[in-house]
Design a protein around this ligand. Structure first.
Ligand code: HDE
Length: 730
């Protein structure tokens, strides 16, 4: 019989984290609004009551070095000092060369059983539940950079299946900049900060990026997606995910099919407005990380449906003329619908960022029986790269033993020794064939769930450094995407190109990019050229006759509003009962209400005024910024220093209307500019007038009472924004 590693650290079993002693539990977990969530208290330490050295000796002092007298020299024999400082000196590991900044969560994947016709993978079976760990990321920025920069987002999922670990290492954009892995260092060197001064951080808005993508026009499609609203997601919870490459699935009968993987978020695909994204990068660089964490903590578990587009596995590997091995091409959903095969729910935050989010190691070659790769040349390079990178990042070849990377399937390998080996392997014969360990371990076959590569026939060929002719079509699909977007989405694209190119100092780079844009669409090119103050060139290639794909637009549907954040602006003169009502209703519908008031503390509940329950103030005028909220409600027109002056005036019986507080005006005007739903009652018309906001504009509601104002806001929020507020693109 095959022997399993007896040591649990060898990967045979998932290991429960050590439980803290009762006196080391953290305070009760609370939601962003300060409500107890009922979740287990946060762990504040590893285990045990006493502080010890790494060798377990109890310590009586960790605040003073051992010295020869109070004012004397520090003694080298102080082991605790040396151990503490030495360990600290080595706390950092190299950040990922790309996707350095990320946030992650645990969850579960439940198969629908609908993939059985195309794949024998056990975890896709009906109602099979598989633990997952998902890491979202930006690509270009360093580990400490801001979340809301314009960039592609990583969407990497580790399925701990009973047949071994499957990693689906995808992005939120369905195509890639390059068609061959050998160009990866080129695109990344171009996108990363300039090597002389290491600026700008986490940005594509600089000369080297645009220099490269304007010369290397296979990047045109991905770049257009980056310049679209997809480059600035509202939340990780509201992003699609794509496997990008075509994969090969194999069913129980051995028949193969080609597929593309899609993650579809239950909350819909939504984005920030560019100005919003920029403001957030300053006011809350952790915006996406916080959003994911808070939603899970509040029980608003994000969900995605996993789906596949299925194509016949023909020798040409094309579908409707689209080359399936070209990672710069999509297959429109109208030509091949996405068929749902399972549901993923993220249910738990990480316990330790370093141990889990930082140390997790994904690899597109982590496959299970029923899922195989194709000859996409980009994928081929990735199959080499991801193992290689972990060796320097995680310090050696044994990173698979790190708890977050351990398979949940039994592991019985013959890999031995090496840096950071933590397994105590038994037996004397880690080789095959052997007789000394009874011939163990034995080999499995396809009938005993072995991973067997699909025996794909290869054409007779010769060695070349060339790409197929179809790979040289760089413009028809960008045009398809452009034509599929709605007017406000196109306007955002024009603004994004204009912004980024105006950040470039080299005129030649701007001019060359305009030539690329002319090949996508003359209108796009002319609008960007105007913003740059340059002439618009004519197209250099015939414009493709692309059929728009409505599935590529983010507009036109309504979506659940779960987990959205609604700010309620109020002061002592507000209709506090109305505020209480809408606050409760917002909570009851799975969203987060945040009361914004002139000062911290509470509103109302005073003997001489409002006698209801005191309302906790979650944000003050000084700490609130419009970008934190998906929608805003205004109870009245809060005046400058309204609390102090308003109360005094009210007592004197001579209420004097104040000019609205400039910070409230800023909240309102920014939210208006960003197309956010706005609702007001109780005299909020004065505020709108002071802000020169048209009360009849789309998504603005002045109502008689709080509940009607909220209802109107929610109706717009189901479409994410009041899109009609954005002028159409030229
Ligand atoms: Fe990656 N990529 N990549 N990539 N990639 C990495 O692996 C690489 C590509 C993607 O949250 C690195 O562990 C090459 C496409 C994600 O830990 C590295 C090429 C797609 C993540 C690497 C690509 C991705 C990475 C850096 C061109 C979408 C983050 C650290 C052939 C399908 C995973 C690491 C996480 C990370 C190499 C192209 C997605 C260096 C050579 C295409 C989501 O191995």
């Amino acid at each position: 019989m095959a022997t399993e590693n007896s040591d649990s650290t060898a990967g045979s079993q998932p290991v429960e984290p050590r439980q803290p002693a009762p006196d080391q539990q953290g305070p009760e977990t609370v939601s962003p609004t300060g409500q107890p969530t009922g979740a287990a208290p946060a762990r504040v330490a590893q285990s045990g009551a006493y502080l010890t050295t790494a060798q377990g000796a109890r310590l009586y002092d960790t605040d003073h070095s051992l010295k020869a007298g109070e004012r004397g020299p520090v003694l080298i024999q102080d082991h605790h000092l040396r151990e503490k400082i030495t360990h600290f000196d080595h706390e950092r590991i190299p950040e990922r060369v790309v996707h350095a900044r990320g946030a992650a969560a645990h969850g579960v994947f439940q198969g629908y059983g609908t993939a059985a016709e195309v794949s024998k993978a056990a975890f896709l079976g009906k109602d099979v539940e598989t633990p997952v760990f998902v890491r979202f990321s930006t690509v270009l920025g360093s580990r400490g950079s801001a979340d809301t920069v314009r960039d592609t987002r990583g969407f990497a999922t580790k399925f701990y299946t009973e047949e071994g670990t499957f990693d689906l290492v995808g992005n939120n954009i369905p195509v890639f900049f390059i068609q061959d892995a050998i160009k990866f260092p080129d695109i990344i060197h171009a996108g990363k900060p300039h090597p002389d001064r290491e600026i700008p951080q986490a940005q594509s808005a600089h000369d080297t990026f645009w220099d490269f993508v304007s010369l290397h026009t296979e990047a045109t499609h991905h770049t257009l997606w980056n310049m679209s609203d997809r480059g600035i997601p509202r939340s990780y919870r509201m992003m699609e995910g794509f496997g990008i490459h075509t994969f090969r699935l194999v069913n129980a009968a051995g028949d193969s099919a080609l597929v593309k993987f899609h993650w579809k978020p239950k909350l819909g695909v939504h984005s920030l407005a560019w100005e919003e994204a920029q403001l957030i990068a300053g006011t809350d660089p952790d915006f996406h990380r916080r959003d994911l964490h808070d939603a899970i903590e509040a029980g608003a578990y994000p969900q995605w449906e996993l789906g596949i587009q299925v194509f016949p596995d023909t020798p040409e590997q094309t579908f409707e003329g689209i080359d399936l091995l070209d990672p710069t091409k999509i297959v429109p959903e109208e030509l091949s619908p996405v068929q749902p095969i399972g549901l993923m729910t993220l249910t738990a935050n990480t316990t330790n960022y370093f141990a889990e989010t930082e140390q997790v190691a994904f690899h597109p070659g982590h496959l299970v029986p029923g899922i195989d790769v194709t000859d996409d040349p980009l994928l081929a390079g990735r199959l080499f790269s991801y193992l290689d990178t972990q060796i320097s990042r995680l310090g050696g070849p044994n990173f698979g033993q790190i708890p977050i990377n351990r398979a949940h399937a039994p592991v019985n390998d013959m890999l031995r020794d090496g840096m950071h080996q933590s397994a105590v392997h038994t037996g004397v014969a880690p080789y095959r064939p052997n007789s000394l360990d009874g011939g163990c371990p034995f080999l499995a076959g396809a009938d005993t769930a072995a991973f067997v590569e699909t025996p794909v026939p290869l054409p007779e060929t010769h060695k070349v450094r060339e790409a197929p002719a179809s790979f040289s079509d760089h413009f028809s699909q960008p045009r398809l995407f452009w034509l599929s977007m709605s007017p406000p989405e196109r306007e955002h694209v024009v603004a994004a190109y204009t912004f980024e190119l105006n950040k470039c100092r080299q005129r030649t780079v701007q001019e060359r990019t305009l030539e690329v844009l002319a090949n996508i669409d003359p209108g796009l090119c002319a609008a960007v050229a105007e913003g740059l103050g340059l002439p618009a060139p004519a197209a250099g290639v015939p414009l493709a006759a692309a059929e728009p794909s409505p599935a590529l637009s983010q507009l036109g549907e309504t979506w659940p509003t779960d987990g959205r954040v609604i700010g309620i602006v109020a002061d002592a003169a507000a209709d506090l009962d109305g505020v209480r009502r809408v606050r409760q209703k917002i909570r009851d519908t799975g969203m987060t209400p945040l009361v914004i008031a002139p000062t911290g503390g509470t509103l109302g509940g005073t003997p001489d005024g409002d006698s209801g329950e005191p309302l906790p103030v979650e944000r003050t005028y000084a700490t609130a910024r419009s970008v934190e909220f998906d929608a805003l409600l205004f109870s009245g027109a809060p005046g400058a220093a309204a609390d102090a002056l308003g109360a005094r005036d009210a007592k004197a019986g001579t209420p004097v209307p104040q000019d609205p507080d400039p910070r409230v005006l800023l909240l309102l005007t920014e939210a208006y500019r960003h197309g956010k739903p706005l609702g007001g009652w109780n005299g909020a018309d004065r505020l709108l007038a002071a802000a020169a906001v048209d009360s009849s504009a789309p998504g603005v509601a002045l109502a008689d009472d709080a509940t009607s104002a909220l209802d109107a806001v929610l109706a717009t929020l189901t479409q994410h924004r009041a899109w009609d507020r954005f002028p159409p693109a030229a």
